[in-house]
Design a protein. Structure first.
Length: 82
């Protein structure tokens, strides 16, 4: 039996260490990435593009999706802002 593996190389990835990676709650199309480069990025994995980027004033330690059919996310950085 052969092993099947899917691999993606995203464009516009963070410039520093990635701290958190989360797939969307309803599908694996969306990927949320928090990084020490002070950014949170939302990627569309299917179309291999960055849908949005939010810049914090400090490193972003974690991120998550709100459980819903609408793409909503929350991130927290070292400066304690949501």
């Amino acid at each position: 039996m052969s092993e099947s593996r899917m691999e993606f190389r995203l464009k516009n990835t963070p410039n520093d260490c990635i701290q958190s990676v989360k797939f969307g709650p309803s599908s694996s199309q969306f990927l949320l990435v928090a990084s020490w480069d002070k950014s949170v990025r939302l990627f569309d994995v299917v179309n291999n593009n960055m849908r949005l980027q939010y810049q914090h004033s400090g490193p972003v330690l974690d991120c998550c999706f709100q459980a819903s059919n609408v793409v909503r996310w929350i991130a927290i950085g070292r400066e304690h802002y949501l």
